[in-house]
Design a protein around this ligand. Sequence first.
Ligand code: XIL
Length: 497
Amino acid sequence: MSARPPAHRGEDQGRPTALRRALIIGATSALAVLTGMMVIPDANAAASTLGAAAAQSGRYFGTAIAGGRLGDSAYTTIAAREFNMVTAENEMKIDATEPQRGQFTFSAGDNIYNWATQRGIKMRGHTLAWHSQQPGWMQSLSGSTLRQAMIDHINGVMAHYKGKLAAWDVVNEAFNEDGSRRQSNLQGTGNDWIEVAFRTARNADPSVKLCYNDYNIENWSYAKTQGVYRMIQDFKSRGVPIDCVGLQTHFTGGSSLPSNFQTTLSSFAALGVDVALTEVDVTNASTSQYAGLTQACMNVARCIGITVWGVRDSDSWRSSESPLLFDGGGNKKAAYTSVLNVLNSANPNPSTTTSSPAPSTSPTTSPPPSGGPSKIVGSQSGRCIDVPNSSHNNGTRVQLYDCHGLTNQQWTYTASKQLTVYGNMCLDAAGSGNSAAVQIYSCNGQTNQQWNVNSNGTITGVQSGRCIDVWGTGNGQQVQIYDCNGQANQQFRLVAL
Ligand code: XIL
């Protein structure tokens, strides 16, 4: 995914419409027994899962997933229900993906990727260059040989996951507590190793966000935080490609939430990067610390999401500290509720946003292609907007797929600005906020089914003003609307068939 501008988290008045439609249809089909349950939720009803609650302000809520636990149904039930982002806890690390030099193995990482993708859950990649969890062959390398091995590793792994991930932690934990560089074998290859890693990564997959990730960088006045901040500032000033900073946010092992955490987040964000809390856990799951760290993220427009480092306490790498949101029995802990409440009360338009809102005047609209059906081709991916499995079901989310011109990729732009498929179904925005799904739905004449095909190469929703957008380029990438940002992942053109 390419870099996004600061997110403007706009009005969400379309979301209840889609929810209500789904509820009405579901309830109608079972009317005899469900009449008494046809309660349409209030437009501002609180979401009941972490992922849905975070999505209300355009953010995600994720978890680390351990591949070995995917066979545990209690685990996967919670994970699939609550989270809309995952990170492989160990399976995409260097020792897992390149156990012998030049021999890549992706099966463990792919298992998690496939599990997530099949459930519409996005994934962060973790991690490409790190002093820890290096395979034995890499640990013994140094100098230019190690530098080349790092570059080869980044290229090998990123080629495999190209177009599939939301972000990569390109470099992990490269600083000492005093703000100097950690004396690892990678550092020994030259101080420029980090920027070389980022430049290599950008070339390997221009569509994915590139993050620097570290722990103990949550306290703004701490030397390590300042050291990392200066590096990001330097990278931005010199054009080294970097899109985000991941703050691990391990408030375990003796650390706790600093009072200036929000200052740290907003200070990094002010450099022009997104920030994310990437590995959250808190000793004994203190409700005040969990609520506080969540609130700090909600208060910073460019804090794009929160990931906890495991599902249940029993899954944690620090299980003796019971630091997660579910207990070993899978029950929601008090900290879960404190996080959910903060997510649900988040302002969809954080005041610290620095982006301009979606334009109130649309760009010039091109004349619709004449006559019959067109394919909608993403310029970055070369792939077409496609209805998965040729489904005719209301609410089926559209995806990118290799163009083949069959009816599930044939869209007709009508005089009333609809993009119809199969004659009577419309391309439909399931909401108007950032990241709202783009799906098919029976045509109903509403503005969430009207689109401007613009001369600047974007397609914008009439209701939302937002652009049709994808987070990657691969087959199966889901389509959403997002603030128009002028980048290639929002370029779509109608090509007559
Ligand atoms: C940890 C995993 O949770 C453990 O299973 C593994 O044994 C060691 O690594 N910072 C990171 C994560 O970036 O990759 C680490 O994950 C925790 C600290």
